[in-house]
Design a protein around this ligand. Structure first.
Ligand code: ZN
Length: 354
């Protein structure tokens, strides 16, 4: 066939033999390995073979072109490896765009990864548009991401927190013949370097145990681990344990790191403690639930936990929360404009007309 068809088709490593239209209206491009492909070098030993065993046809998925479907039929040969020391008996031709075992061309995989990663299309939608299955489309995204993502640069302030991802699921493990509960939580590692230059999310692993944090940190370089000066976590004992890990040689996993607990959780714990004490004191002194007018609720919070508005909001939330427990029902302790409770209003003597 004319060389121009090969140029138009543009898949490196193959030459177009002919193009035909089948009954369904689809077009079939028949290609063969061009000289650029590794024609007969055994991938096991590198020895060039001259012994053809059989002709085979593969149909790698390729980029759509035009409005009617276009399929690629690659006519290639299976060669015998005559090298006695080689474990491989036969092999077929490969090209860079379709390496051994692949059923899609490299340009198709790059296009799908681009559609998802750069154009923010969903994996399902890209799979449908390019005529591949969801797992195949997803694998291209993983492949492209792994190629682009390098190891994170060293950080001085490392943040570790958990993220919930879907519901916990039970899967049957064939080997142990047991049902295994998959963890619905991920652990994320972020660069908390203040100001510009932060790297954002550095990594995310499945699970929220000490082991998964230690594993991720072990995979980093010694320079990365030595550079970490502060690790910010919520009050999670498993994360604290991971940060305090001592290696076999007696050194610490993060030799220069100080553990810092996120202040939001500390303030919340302090607020909760104050609220608990206030409720208990009112119960002891008044024998009832607290009201907005009770001095224990209206007095200013202790200075130690007064960091702005959270305390006042916390008290207000408590009252609101108790109201929400009984939707549609008036709070019997709430005071009206005359200072009477709803119960007192209901219990007042009925005024009869004279
Ligand atoms: Zn060989």
């Amino acid at each position: 066939m004319d060389q121009s068809t090969t140029v138009l088709f543009g898949l490196p490593g193959v030459r177009v033999r002919r193009v035909e239209r089948v009954e369904s209206g689809a077009r079939v491009v028949h290609v063969e390995t061009a000289e650029g492909g590794s024609v007969a070098g055994c991938p096991g030993c590198g020895v060039v073979s001259v012994s053809v065993k059989e002709n085979v046809i593969t149909r790698p998925g390729d980029l759509p072109y035009g409005e009617t479907p276009l399929t690629v039929e690659w006519h290639k040969r299976r060669w015998r490896c005559r090298e006695p020391l080689c474990a491989r008996l036969t092999f077929t031709e490969v090209i860079e765009e379709v390496s051994a075992g692949r059923r899609t061309t490299g340009r198709l995989r790059r296009a799908i990864a681009c559609a998802v990663g750069d154009a923010c299309r969903s994996v399902a939608e890209a799979a449908e548009a390019f005529g591949v299955s969801w797992p195949t489309a997803h694998a291209t995204v993983i492949e492209a991401a792994l190629a682009q993502l390098g190891d994170p640069e060293p950080v001085t302030v490392l943040g570790i927190d958990e993220t919930r991802r879907g519901r916990p699921r039970w899967t049957y493990d064939v080997q142990s013949t047991r049902w295994v509960r998959t963890d619905a939580w991920d652990t994320g590692f972020v660069d908390l370097q203040p100001g510009a230059g932060g790297q954002g999310l550095l990594g995310q692993v499945e699970g929220r145990t000490s082991a998964c944090v230690v594993d991720w940190l072990r995979q980093r370089t010694p320079e990365f681990r030595a550079a970490v000066q502060f690790v910010a976590i919520d009050p999670a004992a498993v994360y604290a344990k991971a940060i305090r890990t001592v290696l076999d040689d007696g050194s610490r996993l993060l030799p220069n790191a100080r553990l810092v607990v996120d202040h939001f959780h500390l303030v919340k714990l302090a607020n909760d403690a104050v609220t608990t004490v206030r409720r208990r004191v009112i119960w002891e002194q008044q024998g009832r639930r607290g009201r907005k007018i009770d001095p224990a609720l209206t007095m200013p919070p202790p200075a130690a936990v007064r960091t702005g508005t959270p305390i006042a909001q916390g008290v207000h939330n408590d009252v609101e929360f108790s109201d929400r427990l009984r939707p549609g029902r008036a709070d019997p302790h709430r005071l009206d404009r005359q200072g009477r409770t709803a119960g007192a209003v209901r219990a007042r003597p009925h005024r009869r007309a004279p």
